[in-house]
Design a protein around this ligand. Structure first.
Ligand code: FES
Length: 135
């Protein structure tokens, strides 16, 4: 049901019609924000995006929250759908998509957007847990 909802959403229903990538904050990639362009796999079972609200940077609540059964940011009431697209409220952009590579099964490799290569374990830990990186 969630996949069907995401896949049948038309671009005209979206506030932000473009995919945006973590490395290009604020820029439009030109790629339409269709679920097919946001999912990791062709079937649309997996999506990966940065859980930081594009309004002022709070952390949206997941698990089917909000009016679109996706994520909801309670700070100022931004609603995101199951594909991480902003649908209602003050968030101007869809949730950013990080750079990654997928092995076609279960392994996702996060890519350092500044270097264009896989993140080290230390970088990944920093991203996941918010620990400061040391030089
Ligand atoms: Fe999320 Fe304002 S920070 S709605």
């Amino acid at each position: 049901m969630e996949i069907d909802q995401a896949r049948t959403t038309q671009l005209g229903e979206l506030i932000d019609r473009h995919n945006r990538y973590q490395s290009d904050v604020g820029a439009q990639s030109g790629e339409p924000a269709l679920d097919q362009n946001r999912s990791i796999d062709p079937e649309g079972r997996y999506v990966l995006f940065v859980g930081i609200c594009t309004h002022l940077g709070c952390v949206p609540i997941g698990g089917g929250a909000g009016d679109f059964n996706g994520w909801f940011c309670p700070c100022h009431a931004a609603h995101f759908d199951t594909s991480g697209r902003t649908r209602k409220g003050p968030a101007p952009y869809n949730l950013y998509i990080p750079r990654y590579e997928w092995n076609g099964e279960t392994i996702v490799t996060m890519i350092d957007p500044t270097q264009g290569r896989p993140m080290s374990d230390e970088q990944l830990e920093s991203v996941i847990y918010g620990k400061p990186l040391e030089d």
